[in-house]
Design a protein around this ligand. Structure first.
Ligand SMILES: [Zn+2]
Length: 376
């Protein structure tokens, strides 16, 4: 399976595809999969290439794999040990932009699927959900694919995201969710005046302090399974004119909130409004990314089992890292797990992946596909 995964990964790397370009990667995948009974649904949007590759299964259930063909820019070419789009193999490593994030991961999924089909193994219905807009704005990519699946009654039973989630060894970490991010600006309004005549003024900092105390003391409750508690940090506090004898008329506080799925964005907003609990306060909320989580259950169990069977290790179910396209699938109610290559060189100059990692991840994916069941 390694030969096949390596060949596919190299072909993808040789098609330069810096966001939102696809560089012909999805056409290549289409040609590769066509002999095995996959058809392609193209749902491009806003300069982004999106494809659903679909194959009816011999077994019950529908398993999706989500990934992206776009890559981040190379940075200065002169600093690369090899041409980032040449896919050079040297000393057991494949070099090139996207080797880990995530053309390598896509190649492992393709190699695993093709290997099973060549061997005549009955497999479930398969969906390969590929966008060229993950590293950028993410507004015309996976979110758009999920809408298409939803409106056509095609949502899968479970989804794997092939982002490079592993830490030291392939399979040591599975992401089962991500924390949400909300940023908040709170403006406290008073009335500017002379500090010797406070009766004629209204100190905005004095309004802010008790409200911010209440915010610091908020009880966010117990976190969802596998998540750290919600945190709220005051990151900036600006008030005053700089003069020592002027009562400030305005004070701005900025909050950065990292929350787990036991708190909803709506709940957080209303808790903050209640904590401010006053007139002359304006709150602005920026919902940067929603929290999502896949609960304990048969799908996560099956992912753990596939890793245990192929690698002989017990993965850590984790919620760390930045946000990912998994959030769009999870929002549609689909159990999502992220399992991919290691991430030591992602987005770096000299991105590369060990060939043994490609072999390991292909084996994990093959085991997952082979043993996938509708409820597990
Ligand atoms: Zn990625």
């Amino acid at each position: 399976m390694l030969d096949l995964a390596l060949e596919i990964a190299a072909e993808l790397i040789r098609r330069p595809s810096v966001t939102p370009e696809d560089g012909g990667c999805q056409d290549y995948i289409e040609a590769l999969l066509q002999p095995y009974g996959f058809r392609r649904i193209r749902i491009d949007r806003g300069g982004v290439t999106n494809s659903i590759f679909l194959r009816q299964g011999e077994r019950a259930g529908c398993l999706a794999f989500a990934g992206h063909t776009d890559v981040v820019p190379t940075g200065p070419l002169i600093d690369w040990p090899h041409d980032p789009f040449a896919a050079v193999v040297e000393n057991g490593m494949l070099h090139g932009r996207g080797a880990q994030d995530m053309k390598g991961g896509i190649a492992c999924w393709l190699a695993a699927s093709i290997r099973l089909l060549r061997d005549g193994v009955p497999i479930p219905t398969m969906q390969l959900l590929i966008t060229s807009d993950e590293e950028g704005e993410s507004i015309d990519g996976t979110i758009h694919i999920v809408k298409h699946l939803q409106s056509h009654g095609m949502l899968p039973d479970a989804a794997l995201v092939g982002e490079p989630s592993s830490h030291r060894i392939v399979g040591d970490t599975v992401r089962r969710g991500r924390r949400g991010v909300m940023q908040v600006r709170i403006r406290f309004d008073g009335k500017q005046g002379h500090s010797a005549y406070p009766q004629d003024a209204d100190n905005a900092i004095h309004r802010a302090i008790p409200a911010l105390h209440r915010i610091i003391d908020l009880d966010w409750g117990n976190p969802a399974a596998g998540f750290p508690a919600t945190t709220c940090q005051i990151t900036n506090l600006n008030g005053g004119t700089g003069a020592s004898n002027v009562i400030p008329g305005h004070c701005d506080a900025f909050l950065d909130i990292r929350y787990n799925p036991a708190n909803s964005a709506d709940e957080i907003e209303s808790m903050l409004r209640n904590a401010c609990n006053a007139e002359h306060v304006q709150l602005e909320f920026d919902r940067v990314a929603d929290a999502f989580a896949t609960p304990d259950g048969p799908f996560l169990d099956s992912v753990t089992r596939a890793i245990r069977d192929t690698m002989g290790i017990e993965p850590r179910l984790d919620t760390g890292g930045g946000t990912s396209d998994g959030r769009f699938l999870a929002k549609a109610g689909i159990p999502v797990a992220e399992i991919g290559l290691t991430n030591a060189t992602i987005h770096q100059i000299g991105e590369c992946v060990a060939l043994e990692e490609l072999a390991a991840l292909s084996a994990i994916y093959a085991s997952l596909i082979r043993n996938f069941e509708v409820n597990g």
